[in-house]
Design a protein around this ligand. Structure first.
Ligand code: MSP
Length: 510
């Protein structure tokens, strides 16, 4: 379990419209990592919005607004999404903020001074939706080759600034070979390696014809992807010699969706090296949330409204479902029915009932006060469980981490059935009953700790029902020691179930 300062980032979101559930996915995963690392030590979690470029400008124009006014109206919606899902970030950067714009210009000057940026002429195609320069040979039927986009591309012929990306190809190849786990999952690593082996061109990093962006000396604006990537260090006050930068760079984990791997694992490390900085330790390209087989996306019009979903299911159910349903690197299809099954099963029947039954028995047999236990043998079997959850989290295997936590949930449910506290009570076997009740309460204390990163609201409710006050915190290696729950603790159970049963929605026309 790591103790050094931990830095995790999400991509910054294009605010060309309202957020959907797919956007919440990356942020929730980052939040789980940040919350986990905060319990172990220090963590910094950065997210934000990508506000420049033709895509955002076009969306603003369609709404009849200046891009600045448009982004000002949308940012609160994105922040509300994060709040709705209990995503606790340490900083939220907007690329329109002076701290970012000024730092981007400074970086540009540094790159120019080191000879990595030079003036040239760009003749080629540009897809505004993907904010990507495309070679003629890559187009499909004259359109953007990205299967999610396929839009008309635009011909550009302009004097632009270029970044000497090709110069970094050999160093990138060597870095990939020496750090076979720096891009995960393996599929993304292999794809990027193949891209590198296929050769690299220099990258155009300015747009002469655009106004909505970081203004460059001499005219034009910075290419929106370079502007966006730099957020990861401008938020740390990189150009101002910030202490944040000293403390947190290189990032431990940069989370991205798989479609933006090339920007983050080829262009980004090369830019960092050009600045004399190290590459991030890990870039993890997660899969897509799909709906009926297609990526959930605004342009396809198949999005799930994250506010309505949270209203119906609650943030913690969604947080659990999104990270439990599929391995983090794979696509997975979203369905309300699958979510309902998890909600009623894993959450309602397994976890919610466990909390309710355990605390109700404690009230019935011991007036709600945690008894002393004369034996610790039950807990011994969970000795390595916290470390196993930590190992899964270090590997970003959220599903395995949750499965491991549910081993404890299952063991506690099983021990109720096996030890039958009601019979012990009837028989008057007070000592054995005390041990059983203690184990259940201690198991719940463990669950509050283990669930804190994943389901912060639920973890706090369990903690408070145990009568412990505040929230579960502190390093797991100290806290997940069986027997730490003090006997004599007066619990505070609630009558309301943690996860009320959800019925299927029957459509009015059905
Ligand atoms: N602005 C760029 C990122 C710049 S980072 C320097 C961008 N923005 S985005 O809004 O289009 O996407 C942001 C993130 O949301 C990406 O990681 C993307 O994969 C994620 N998702 C958008 N739709 C998604 C799904 N349907 N499923 C999972 N993640 C999704 O790209």
């Amino acid at each position: 379990m790591s103790e050094r300062a931990f830095y995790v980032t999400t991509p910054i979101y294009y605010i060309s419209g309202n957020p959907h559930l797919g956007h919440a996915y990356t942020s929730i995963a980052a939040d789980v990592l940040a919350r986990y690392h905060r319990t172990q030590g220090d963590a910094f979690f950065l997210t934000g919005t990508d506000e420049h470029g033709g895509k955002v400008a076009a969306a603003a124009a369609a709404a009849g607004l200046h891009p600045a006014a448009w982004t000002d109206t949308l940012v609160p919606k994105w922040q509300a999404l994060l709040a709705r899902y209990d995503v606790q970030y340490d900083d939220f950067i907007r690329t329109t903020e002076p701290r970012h714009v000024e730092a981007c210009v400074e970086v540009f000057e540094r790159l120019k001074a080191s000879g990595d940026v030079y003036l040239g002429t760009y003749e080629g195609w540009y897809c505004t939706n993907d904010e990507t320069f495309w070679l003629e040979s890559k187009l499909l039927d004259g359109r953007c080759p990205n299967p999610e986009c396929r839009r008309q591309v635009q011909w550009l012929s302009e004097d632009d600034w270029f970044f000497a990306l090709s110069k970094y190809r050999d160093r990138l190849l060597a870095y990939y070979r020496d750090h076979p786990r720096w891009v995960r999952p393996e599929r993304a690593y292999n794809e990027m390696m193949a891209t590198l082996e296929g050769g690299l061109d220099d990258l155009c990093i300015s747009r002469l014809g655009l106004e909505w962006g970081v203004p460059l000396p001499g005219g034009g604006v910075m290419y929106v992807w370079l502007d966006a990537l730099l957020n990861y260090i401008t938020a740390l006050d990189y150009t101002r010699g910030g202490v944040r930068f000293e403390r947190y760079w290189p990032a431990n984990v940069q989370l991205i969706g798989k479609e933006i791997a090339r920007f983050h694992t080829i262009i980004w490390p090369a830019v960092l090296w050009a600045l004399g900085l190290p590459a991030p330790e890990l870039v993890f390209a997660h899969g897509w949330m799909t709906f009926e087989g297609e990526k959930m996306s605004k342009s396809l019009g198949n999005v799930v409204d994250p506010f309505a979903a949270a209203q119906r299911f609650g943030a913690d159910t969604l947080r659990y479902f999104l990270l439990r349903e599929a391995p983090f690197g794979s696509d997975f299809s979203f369905s309300e029915e699958k979510m309902r099954v998890r909600r009623n099963g894993d959450l309602g029947n397994d976890l919610g009932n466990l909390v309710k039954r355990s605390l109700a028995m404690l009230v019935r047999y011991r007036d709600g006060v945690v008894p002393a236990s004369s034996e610790q043998s039950f807990g011994a079997r969970f000795d390595g469980l916290g470390a196993r959850v930590a190992t899964a989290l270090d590997a970003l295997d959220f599903r395995a981490a949750l499965e491991t936590i549910w081993e404890l949930v299952a063991a506690l449910n099983r021990t109720i059935d096996e030890r039958k506290p009601w019979e012990l009570f009837k028989r008057g076997d007070g000592e054995t009953l005390d041990a059983a009740l203690y184990d259940l309460c201690e198991g719940l204390r463990w669950l509050a700790h283990l669930l804190t990163p994943f389901m912060p609201g639920t973890a706090t409710m369990i903690w408070q029902q145990l009568g412990l006050g505040g929230t579960a915190r502190g390093p797991w290696r100290d806290e997940l020691v069986w027997g730490r729950l003090a006997s004599g603790t007066r619990t505070n159970p609630s009558d309301a179930p943690l996860f009320p049963r959800m019925d299927a929605v029957v459509s009015a026309t059905a």
